[in-house]
Ligand binder design. Sequence first.
Ligand code: ADP
Length: 532
Amino acid sequence: MMQAPVTVLQTNTRRDTGKKAQYGNILAAKAVADIVRTTLGPRAMLKMLLDANGGIVLTNDGNAILREIDVSHPAAKSIIELSRTQDEAVGDGTTSVIILAGEMLAAAEPFLERNLHPTVIIRAYMRALEDALRLVDAAAFPIDVQDRDQMLKIVNSCIGTKFTQRLGNLVADLALDAVQLVKVDVPGGTPEIDLKKWAKVEKIPGASLEDSRVLRGVMFEKDVVVPGRMRRKIANPRILLLDCPLEYKKGENQTNVELAKEEDWAALLKLEEDWVARTCAQIAALKPDLVITEKGLSDLAAHYLTKAGISAIRRLRKTDNNRIARAAGATIVSRPDEATERDIGTGAGLFEVRKIGDEFWTFIVDCEDPKACSIVLRGASKDVLNEVERNLHDAMGVARNVVLDPRLVPGGGAVEMAVSHGLAELSTAGGVLGNEQAAYRAVGAALEVIPRTLASNCGANVIRTISKLRAAHAEKSSSFGINGNTGKVEDMRELGVWEPYEVKAQTLKTAVEAATLLLRIDDIVSGLKKRG
Ligand code: ADP
């Protein structure tokens, strides 16, 4: 008897296998790289995008561009994911990593055509990566993170390609201040710098960019509960932070109370009132000037607090509360009856509610040693502020990386060229043999895409410039790169174009690993739809 064929995959899907899958992936990676190619370097072009909500995004940040565009090829998606990971890991090099990964994959194409097995190519790539990292290591040199001028120069040179270039030191200053503020020294170890958690950017349109600053403390968009009667400005406030409601506790789930007699109502209300009165009395006994809770606060509680001369703010975000706790030296309390003097924050110099535009903002500032901060960005419009925020994010990434690992490598494609040259030398030195050798060399050649793109983006004669650069490196001038503004081959150490070691190493690692991952794929199933 004939058996019906077993259907393993749905038939409405698209399936590419073997070489076809690999070529498809390479094509997709190249396409994504082509999108961001023109945004690399100081002469970067901007992209204008329409986001999903119909808003306009103007940017030359590779990661921001790719976040907005909608792609369907799985490999393109994975490449885009790559740029996000890079952004999260080191906060910079997002364009470079995409361009490099695309080039590494493109470089594998001829080997696939010659029927070299992908695992051989992958082996060669990984080996080249190991050597490349060693070469980057050799090109790195240490810096002094205490030297503010030098740090400003470094941050500026790393983010100099972005939109805020004309603002001088503004963004770099903000970034360095923020990193200094949230840095916690670990004795005998690398400092802890968690910008995501402890530094928050608040964007307020309606003033000039020069008015942006890093607060020694925290701000958030809230007003006191009873604006007319609670104090809105207190010097050296005693702050109590709560993450529980100051109203009679409702059940977690929907709870219903059924009452048979009318008097029971009165009893129930009395119970609630008593609880609130008792709790407020306990709070007042600690003599705080300001009580902030993440939850609700009833009118009755507001009344008691006002009577005790305490200002109160309700429904604050958990993350903001955490920052206040750190900045003012307070502990967030879950049960007001258990709060003690030790939980009160006294580290802030000033609590004030100010009106900016139409909104009220609470400031808890002038902290002695905040370790958490808000960064106020002011600017003419939302679009400008969004782009400045992206730049600031990059700048903080650079500042953080350099503080954590105070080593730099020359930028402008210099280190890529040096590594490329080094790999070429190593490949002939006899270490790499057989059919791996060509693929190993291909990694080195692919690295040239960075200086090539920089040259091409400022309109230089690419072939002539690159051969000149190769010649310079052959003569051991390993810090020579492309001046991204003029397209000339120059010494990057003299020009002052640097990049953090950490970023370069990570870029290389991510690009090669992504390329090898995609090469390992020999079957792509796409178009899978949920059955409705
Ligand atoms: P990414 O998102 O990858 O950081 P960028 O657009 O910031 O992309 O470009 C960074 C590249 O531009 C780096 O390779 C850096 O060395 C180079 N670069 C930055 N400024 C200059 C300059 N003035 N001259 C030459 N190259 C530069």
